[in-house]
Design a protein around this ligand. Structure first.
Ligand SMILES: C[S@@+](CC[C@H](N)C(=O)[O-])C[C@H]1O[C@@H](n2cnc3c(N)ncnc32)[C@H](O)[C@@H]1O
Length: 279
């Protein structure tokens, strides 16, 4: 079979399994199979594909048909112009989180700061920050041991290992240090809403990266309580939050001696991040 026919067959199979991005996914999975860029395979549509490669491709199609996200099959996701290793133990980094990184970098450009990333996952936030803040350093923590192993690999891959430590800790475990910046994209989905998420997310992304408890605010509140103790005065807490959580989160922040500095909207015009200063 040639490239054209195999992409078509793959796309049809994915379409029959209700994968909406079936053409693109078939092309991407074939390019992963052949270890060639998508552009390269699309400009050589007559090229014959070996039986061994067809078997590998079929296996990827089977995984995608079961709604496994492309990023998990490729084992990587682009975030802030860098490719991050991801696995089923890490959330797939989202474009919304890039908005948070962008705002933080505007504020701390050229500064030397210490950063704590709570719920670091793949390490995408703190690695992107430290890659751009030359003189700064930081710690990323996560309750998932396997996520921490991935974060360490990403720090090595992006040459920031000497500036960041990754610790397999829960945020409630005391950290005997004060930080200039605490950043967190905690789990913030209401438990009852998890069943309404797309199959790609609810069947494959780690539950502990999503589940924010009954009101979605369990971990967010713990991050705020902890940050109150371990942020320096005038230090900043940068939080990613869920849709319609801003009112409740602002209230908790203000009750805990924070001043709201800025709120940031996402591409759909929802408030998605809040920056607060410890007073
Ligand atoms: C929404 S994911 C964010 C991952 C990554 N920071 C990102 O933005 O792609 C939340 C992360 O918080 C971690 N987590 C959940 N509860 C935690 C806790 N109590 N202490 C530390 N990490 C926690 C999860 O394991 C998960 O990796």
């Amino acid at each position: 079979m040639n490239t054209f026919k195999i992409i078509k067959a793959g796309s049809n199979l994915l379409k029959n399994n209700n994968i909406t991005s079936h053409i693109l996914d078939s092309e991407i999975l074939l390019s992963k199979t052949l270890k060639k860029s998508r552009e390269e395979i699309l400009t050589h549509l007559d090229k014959k594909i070996s039986k061994e490669d067809i078997l590998v491709f079929k296996n990827y199609l089977k995984r995608r048909s079961n709604n496994e996200p492309i990023a998990y099959i490729l084992e990587e996701k682009e975030f802030w112009s860098k490719r991050f290793i991801v696995s089923k133990d890490t959330l797939i980094p989202r474009p919304d989180t890039e908005i948070l990184v962008d705002q933080i970098l505007k504020i701390y450009k050229e500064k030397k700061i210490s950063i704590l990333d709570i719920g670091t996952g793949s390490g995408c936030i703190i690695i992107s920050l430290l890659d751009n803040l030359e003189h700064s350093n930081g710690i990323g923590i996560d309750i998932s041991r396997n996520a921490i192993l991935i974060a360490k690999k990403n720090a090595f891959k992006h040459n920031v290992s000497c500036k960041v430590k990754f610790l397999n800790k829960s945020l409630v475990e005391v950290i005997n240090k004060k930080f200039d910046l605490i950043v967190s994209n905690p789990p913030y989905i209401m438990r009852k809403d998890i069943k309404n998420l797309s199959d790609d997310i609810k069947k494959h992304e780690p539950r502990m990266a999503l589940d924010g408890g009954n009101d979605g605010l369990d971990v967010i509140k713990k991050v705020i309580y902890k940050s109150k103790d371990i942020l320096k005065i005038n230090g900043m807490l940068a939080l990613e939050i869920g849709n319609e959580q801003i009112k409740k989160v602002s209230k908790v922040l203000i009750e805990n001696n924070f001043r709201i500095k800025n709120v940031i909207k996402d591409y759909k015009n929802n408030v998605r991040c809040v920056l607060a200063i410890k007073i």
